[in-house]
Design a protein around this ligand. Structure first.
Ligand SMILES: CC(=O)SCCNC(=O)CCNC(=O)[C@H](O)C(C)(C)COP(=O)(O)OP(=O)(O)OC[C@H]1O[C@@H](n2cnc3c(N)ncnc32)[C@H](O)[C@@H]1OP(=O)(O)O
Ligand SMILES: O=C([O-])CC(=O)C(=O)O
Length: 380
């Protein structure tokens, strides 16, 4: 007899650990880190501060933040050996493929990589938070056949990333806008990639293995890859006039719309509201973004038709328009998600391994029983 009634498909609603970092109320669209609403983090804080707060589980003092900021800056440069590997990667690959390989390779070059004490995990986390920016920017430059840009120490994490990516110093407003996007993406409870990082950590594996697995999980279109898929959809829609008919036909065919729906949120993802406001701000200011107008229409139709089923825009819905207005190509949207989520991944691994237990769920066996091996030559 098999009992499949108790299967929590997709582990929906399954509680497997405690956390003090992030709280989500999906019904009301509430997200907090350390009990502080995401809107306040976005408005008042920085990616550097949130990263440290997640790592330590408390708001840092000014001195602690200054030390952390200096540590990040001191770790911005990556070994030349890694830059050589990035430069030698085949052209035309997806940057998430490149990032997955680069993180793993970074581990080969870090003498501390195999250490799994909390102290070592924290030191590696700081290096990875700093170096993700350099690595992703270097991948972009190498793939574009351009000179890799060395990090600058006088810019914020967000500003320096944009500088290394484009070779041009961003305006203060651009750097701050990008910083807010990083804050919004830094952590989100037991999402698929964080869970993957934790599953790897639960075997007492090393940080680079945890984060390499997490990058792989983030890459998929049902998770971090959705931001790029939204942009593909916008390019397919083409003009704001076309948006309503396009999305109506898609919903009629029962196709999934990218950037909407969420396992936990059954109402607006609060991050999507903050990003919508910035997308609107940029679109109005520049007077150029067709993308924003298309998204507005798609949001209206989706909420009208699917809102009663709990399907609303998620964080990936508007993020791409913000990035594209900063001149970033859509293939880099998911790597940028990783650039932010590295903090949440590292903090969650550190928190989980403090009281580690091997993650090992089970499945209901529904296959054959009481069989015997049939020799190859006797099989039909
Ligand atoms: C950062 C992030 O990871 S946020 C999420 C990013 N991913 C996306 O934007 C991809 C599009 N969204 C989705 O695929 C889903 O909403 C998920 C995977 C994110 C979460 O959804 P789940 O809770 O697992 O719901 P599931 O995929 O089982 O769908 C449940 C029902 O809602 C419908 N549904 C869910 N999402 C969507 C969507 N985006 N568009 C249309 N219908 C949807 C499904 O078709 C299904 O309908 P059915 O019951 O009639 O078959
Ligand atoms: O929590 C999730 O399932 C997905 C998500 O929104 C995130 O990782 O930011």
């Amino acid at each position: 007899m098999t009992n499949t009634a108790n299967i929590a498909k997709g582990l929906e609603g399954v509680l497997f650990t405690e956390t003090r970092l992030t709280f989500i109320n999906g019904a009301e669209g509430i997200l907090t880190h350390l009990g502080i609403p995401i809107q306040e983090w976005a408005e008042k804080s920085t990616f550097e501060e949130l990263s440290l707060a997640l790592l330590d589980g408390e708001l840092p003092t000014a001195a602690e933040l200054a030390r952390f900021d200096a540590d990040l800056k001191a770790n911005r440069a990556v070994p030349q050996g890694l830059l050589d590997v990035i430069s030698a990667m085949p052209r035309g690959i997806h940057p998430m493929q490149a990032l997955r390989t680069a993180v793993s390779y970074l581990g080969l070059l870090d003498p501390q990589a195999e250490e799994t004490t909390e102290e070592a995990r924290r030191a590696i986390a700081i290096r990875m938070i700093a170096q993700f920016a350099t690595v992703i920017a270097a991948i972009n430059r190498a793939q574009e056949g351009q000179e890799i840009v060395a990090p600058r120490m006088d810019l914020t994490h967000a500003g320096n990333f944009l500088y290394m990516l484009t070779g041009k110093e961003p305006t203060e407003e651009q750097a701050r806008l990008f910083d807010i996007a990083l804050v919004l993406h830094a952590d989100h409870g037991m999402n698929a990639s964080t869970f993957t990082a934790i599953a790897t950590a639960s075997t007492l594996s090393d940080m680079y293995s945890c984060i390499t697995s997490a990058v792989g999980a983030l890459k998929g279109p049902l998770h971090g890859g959705a931001n790029e898929a939204v942009m593909d959809m916008l390019d397919e829609v083409g003009t704001p006039e076309n948006a309503e008919a396009y999305i109506t036909a898609k919903l009629d065919r029962k196709e999934k719309i990218m950037g909407v729906g969420h396992r936990v949120y059954k109402y607006f993802d609060p991050r999507s509201r903050v990003l919508r406001d910035y997308a609107a701000h940029v679109a109005n200011k520049e007077g150029k973004s067709n993308y924003y107008q298309i998204l507005e229409t798609i949001e209206r139709v989706v909420v009208e038709r699917m809102g009663s089923r709990g399907i609303y825009p998620n964080v990936d819905f508007y993020s791409g328009t913000v990035y594209s207005d900063l001149g970033i190509r859509k293939e880099y949207f998911t790597p940028i998600f990783a650039l932010a989520r590295i903090s949440g991944w590292c903090a969650s691994v550190i928190e989980y391994t403090r009281d580690n237990r091997l993650l090992r769920p089970d499945a209901v066996y529904t296959g054959a029983r009481d069989q015997h091996y049939v020799p190859l030559q006797e099989r039909q």
